[in-house]
Design a protein. Structure first.
Length: 221
């Protein structure tokens, strides 16, 4: 199985090579999955490791689809199935891995049912909070010409968001809005005990960062 994992890493790297930060994210999620798995009993690592490596395999394809109709969790599960088939994975393992990938998305209606899917979900969400979360959200802020600090619930809810949660105008969005409307809710949505504990700790750090940022921006600190 080790050599197959290396082959999966290569496939993932070639698919995501046009956006290097996606590969970094995948490897952080992969490592977090292993950390959380160590605290849970009866985790099938032959399911979790490939699922972690392949979970965002369709991310670039979703980004390149201007129609907004591609869901990288749905397409990713299909692409992963084909890759694993080529690598002669047993069909029952492929189905379990596909379930993890299909259910990893924050806004999906597909709930993770297995421990492997729950671990992947938690690891993926942990990577958007804490110091990594702050760094990632400011990388995007630079890309989309956002302000360092902008918060307006009326703007966010009425002008800037469409029904399925997709941001319409990314230049009017901001890291602080992401924090207020998304990051704060993440720890409550996690499944595993370790994930919840890490989520709360990461959010506490984020709380102090944004509190201080607000004060500095307002000139009160
Ligand atoms: Fe994803
Ligand atoms: Fe991800």
């Amino acid at each position: 199985m080790r050599s197959k994992i290396e082959m999966i890493k290569q496939r993932m790297t070639s698919e995501l090579s046009c956006s290097a930060h996606n590969i970094d994210h995948v490897m952080r999620v992969y490592n977090l999955c292993k950390l959380i798995a160590d605290t849970e009993g009866n985790v099938e690592m032959d399911v979790l490791e490939p699922a972690a490596l392949l979970h965002d395999i369709a991310r670039v394809k979703e980004s390149n689809d201007n129609s907004g109709e591609t869901d990288h969790a749905v397409l990713g599960a299909e692409m992963a199935g084909e890759i694993l088939n080529e690598l002669a994975y047993p069909p029952d393992l492929i189905e379990k891995i596909k379930h993890c990938i299909l259910t990893h998305r924050y806004r999906t209606n597909n709930e993770p049912k297995t421990i492997e899917a729950k671990i992947l979900f938690d690891a993926d969400k942990l990577d958007v909070i804490g110091s990594v979360g702050i760094a990632r959200t400011y990388m995007l802020a630079g890309q989309f010409d956002q302000r360092i600090m902008a918060s307006s619930s009326a703007l966010y809810e009425k002008e800037n968001i469409v029904d399925n949660g997709r941001i319409k105008n990314l230049s009017k969005h901001s890291p602080y809005m992401e924090y207020e409307y998304k990051f704060k809710n993440i720890p409550d949505k996690l499944y595993t005990q370790k994930g919840k504990q890490m989520g709360k700790e990461r959010l506490t750090f984020m709380d102090s960062f944004f509190l201080r940022l607000k004060e500095e921006v307002n000139g009160t600190l």
